[in-house]
Design a protein around this ligand. Structure first.
Ligand SMILES: *Cc1c(COP(=O)(O)O)cnc(C)c1O
Length: 415
């Protein structure tokens, strides 16, 4: 903030406040993480100045010799990281990657199958308030009431009945392993393309801690800023025979100039994810989530599906007699940052909710292990057992801040 603190002290001060917040609170939002100093440096580079519409070697503007090298490197690293035949590194967000995927392979009004939003699916998997639900005929699949996991027989039944052109696998609030192999089988049977949206689990896939959808799916989309620890953005992968359709759907289909500064940062993040340390990170994220889940349950908090296989937990706040909204707010007061979320067959609205979504990706990036996760779980149970108790909240907030300050934050502590 050296330059900014002189030229625009207002904005500089706000960014510094945000840095302090990130250092002194415990980040448990499952879709968030800390990008490295290298990723942040690339994101803040002069590449933001450059227009590069088109693809490497085929641009619509001059002066792209270095942009070409950077985008080609990002593509090569993405393909290596995920073992993919083709990569498009231009999507600016997960939502836009999904928009491009639909545009590439189906027409407005066509049938697509996706996981019900209230059960863990994403807005772009057919919510009526999203472009996906308005432009396409989305049919939902849900989780089993008893096991609270995706029932592949039900997926097969809905697919046979509705004959979708695309089946979307992957979710935004699902704590269990996604069986991409079984999805591929069903897609094949009904003549659908299989799309895997691995936005949440991409880092686990990259690090070998979740089975990869890449061998099974025709197209794979993902954000780059969640478990993958890269810049805010996205990536789409596909088999070679779909490459042309996908590239055209990203540009000129849905986007203009690519964000070359973010693409450089994606290259940096893919490089980091290719390192042996990242494999260790991915495994630790899952180990931490399992230990965290056990400790939360010991304190009386029920977990949807009884636990987790990945980085994410979905807690049922009904077991504490409160809503997700109330839990989220009480925890925020104690410096523990989460987001409320519906649970399967939730009786509360999508605004109030009965659930709390928790993830271990960010705290694991701060080098926390299972002991730390058990400590965090105790604080959470303490606050949720007395959600109106200002004294408890204030005590926990101070303990949390003191604790959190001793763990490095990538991108802040190592600049
Ligand atoms: C986060 C997420 C997205 C959207 O990503 P944005 O970058 O926020 O647009 C799409 N799909 C899934 C499954 C996600 O978890």
């Amino acid at each position: 903030m050296n330059v900014l603190s002189h030229r625009d002290p207002d904005v500089a001060a706000m960014i510094e406040d945000e840095e302090t917040r990130q250092v002194e609170t415990l980040e448990l939002i499952a879709s968030e993480n800390y990008a490295s100093a290298g990723v942040l440096e690339a994101t803040g580079s002069v590449l933001t100045n450059k227009y590069s519409e088109g693809y490497p070697g085929k641009r619509y503007y001059a002066g792209n010799q270095h942009a070409d090298r950077i985008e080609s490197l990002a593509i090569d690293r993405a393909r290596e990281l995920f073992g993919a035949e083709h990569a498009n590194v231009q999507p600016t967000s997960g939502a836009e990657a999904n928009m491009a995927a639909y545009l590439a392979f189906v027409n407005p009004g066509d049938t697509i199958m996706g996981m019900e939003l209230s059960q863990g699916g994403h807005l772009t998997h057919g919510s009526p308030v999203n472009f996906s639900g308005r432009f396409y005929n989305f049919v939902p699949y849900s989780v089993d009431r008893e096991t609270e996991t995706v029932d592949m027989d039900e997926v097969r039944r809905v697919a046979r009945e509705t004959k979708p052109k695309i089946i979307v696998s992957g979710a935004t609030a699902y704590p269990r392993t996604v069986d991409f192999d079984a999805f591929a089988d069903i897609a094949k049977e009904v003549g659908a393309l299989l799309m895997a949206d691995m936005s949440h689990i991409a880092g686990l896939v990259a690090g070998g801690a979740h089975p990869s959808p890449v061998p099974h799916a025709d197209i794979v989309t993902t954000t780059t800023h969640k478990t993958l620890r890269g810049p805010r953005g996205a990536l789409a992968l596909c088999k070679s025979d779909h490459a042309e359709a996908l590239d055209k759907a990203v540009f000129p289909g849905t986007q203009g100039g690519p964000h070359m500064h973010t693409i450089a940062a994606k290259a940096v993040a893919f490089g980091e994810a290719l390192s042996p340390e990242f494999k260790h990170y991915a495994r630790q994220v899952v180990e931490n989530a399992v230990a965290f889940g056990e400790a939360l349950q010991e304190g009386g908090l029920r977990l949807v599906s009884g636990g987790t296989d990945n980085h994410l937990l979905l807690a049922d706040c009904n077991t504490k007699g409160i809503s997700g909204l109330k839990a989220q707010n009480a925890l925020q007061g104690a410096g523990i940052i989460t987001n409320r979320n519906t649970i399967p067959y939730d009786e509360r609205s999508a605004y109030v909710t009965s659930g709390l979504r928790l993830g271990t990706a960010a705290l694991t990036s701060r080098q926390m292990g299972t002991d730390e996760m058990r400590r965090v779980a105790k604080w959470i149970n303490r606050v949720l057992d007395d959600p109106d108790g200002e004294g408890v909240r204030e005590t926990v907030r101070q303990e949390v801040a003191e604790f959190a300050r001793t763990y490095p934050v990538p991108g802040i502590s190592d600049r």
